[in-house]
Design a protein around this ligand. Structure first.
Ligand code: CTP
Length: 403
């Protein structure tokens, strides 16, 4: 997979910086072309000359000098490197660089190139165990992962400081296999395709303070948006109220209620090739939301709420003469297959993704999912339990074939 691939290897400060020399050699042995960017701190541990001798190329160390690896000048070299890369691998990635990337800082060539590139960014966090386990570091990594950065789990073991625990740079072959896996998925086969994804729950207002909601976390829809963008699609993500970071290179529209989601989806749908409705849209909404807070009174031991149907977004799209490819989700507790098939036909969908709340590792909040894909032509594929991100790729493989 790495033959002919352009890899930018970012090296940051830390004892493990010397291991990046072996990593560079191995990437080249696998057939990759590698350019190295070092942060100033990295140069305190290993000299640029070492990387330069190993790679046969000049090494980028400084934002302000010209003529480093190419003849490009200060104003454009970061863009040139960012566009050259098929992937950017930062190994070792220090706590400081990770924090900067999380915050969007761009104070050296490596952070600037990371911000500028549209290609996959892979981080190998490497630091002392106590730093790695610090909640701030874990939060930074979670946010970066949600945005679509790839994070290689740190290895466990003894550190130079004598501490034991996670935070070590993984073995070189583990890193190489990880990069291989990332490049295999991010092959731009959805380039020029416009994909609309919905995600999360909707909140239906009872009064200005209270709402009816559901337990959807939005993770499946966000994984779909992330994966589609990595494959080169132009992605619009319409999200209900969730606490997830916006994936890189995704246009996000936030909505709250089922009606807002219906308006946004119907408005956007004429401009896209496919709509994937992963959102758990409320089927009912309070008939008359009250404009001021409902107070409890002495004689009110009960409160009745009248609910009305919301617009069925997929069904509305399914009725259109010229409609995009439609993918629906069905979350069922029993008779899943029969219910999903009914939805597929009644809403006029091309594909429906069935997940059963009864399957272990499926459903709301979980990072994994167990799904069955049911096609309009009657094909049924039961997939094994996978990370939601891998389920997203499996769904997109089908979408690509159907488009
Ligand atoms: N959906 C939609 N608009 C709604 C409700 C649901 O577009 N108002 C979409 C969901 O995003 C999902 C699919 O329809 O992709 C199936 O949703 P679900 O709520 O399970 O199906 P319903 O047809 O509403 O049936 P039920 O709730 O009775 O299972």
């Amino acid at each position: 997979m790495l033959r002919g691939k352009h890899i930018v290897l970012g090296v940051t400060g830390g004892i493990a910086a010397y291991k990046a020399c072996y990593l560079l050699r191995e990437l080249q042995r696998e057939g990759a072309e590698v350019r190295v960017i070092m942060t100033e701190a990295a140069t305190k541990f290993v000299t640029p000359l070492t990387f330069s001798a190993l790679s046969g190329k000049n090494v980028y160390t400084d934002l302000w000098t010209t003529n480093q690896a190419t003849d490009s000048n200060i104003g454009t070299q970061h863009i040139e490197v960012a566009n050259w890369a098929d992937a950017l691998l930062i190994a070792p990635a220090s706590a400081n660089t990770i924090a900067k990337l999380q915050a969007g800082l761009s104070d050296n060539l490596l952070t600037i190139v990371t911000l500028a590139t549209k290609r996959p960014v892979i981080l190998a966090p490497t630091m002392d165990a106590d730093m790695y386990l610090n909640p701030v570091m874990q939060q930074n990594l979670t946010k970066l992962r949600e945005r679509g950065y790839f994070v290689i789990p740190a290895a466990e073991g003894e550190h130079a400081s004598g501490l034991e625990g996670p935070g070590r740079l993984p073995e070189i072959d583990v890193i190489i296999r990880f990069v291989d896996g990332v490049l295999e998925k991010a092959h731009l086969d959805l380039k020029k395709k416009k994909i609309l994804v919905t995600a999360g729950p909707t909140h239906e207002a009872i009064d200005p303070v209270r709402f009816i909601g559901n337990r959807s976390s939005g993770k499946m829809g966000f994984a779909l948006a992330t994966a589609a963008a990595q494959r080169g699609a132009e992605v619009t993500l319409i999200a209900g109220p969730v606490s997830l970071e916006t994936p890189r290179h995704v246009r996000r529209i936030d909505v709250e209620s089922a009606e807002e989601m219906a308006r946004a989806v119907i408005d956007e749908s004429s401009r896209v090739d496919a709509v994937i409705m992963a959102a758990a849209v409320a089927d009912f909404t309070p008939e008359k939301p009250v404009s001021s807070k409902i107070k409890k009174t002495k004689d009110s031991s009960r409160l009745s709420l009248y609910l009305k149907h919301t617009t069925d977004i997929l069904a509305a799209l399914g009725k259109k003469k010229r409609r995009p490819l439609l993918v629906g989700f069905a979350l069922e507790t029993e008779n899943g297959r029969a219910h999903a098939e009914t939805k597929l036909t009644s809403k006029n969908l091309d594909l429906i993704v069935l997940n059963s709340l009864r399957d272990e590792g499926a459903g709301f909040g979980s990072d994994t999912n167990v799904v069955t894909l049911i096609h309009q032509n009657g094909n049924v594929e039961k997939l094994k339990k996978m990370a939601k991100y891998d389920v997203a790729h499996a769904i997109l493989d089908r979408v690509k074939n159907l488009l």
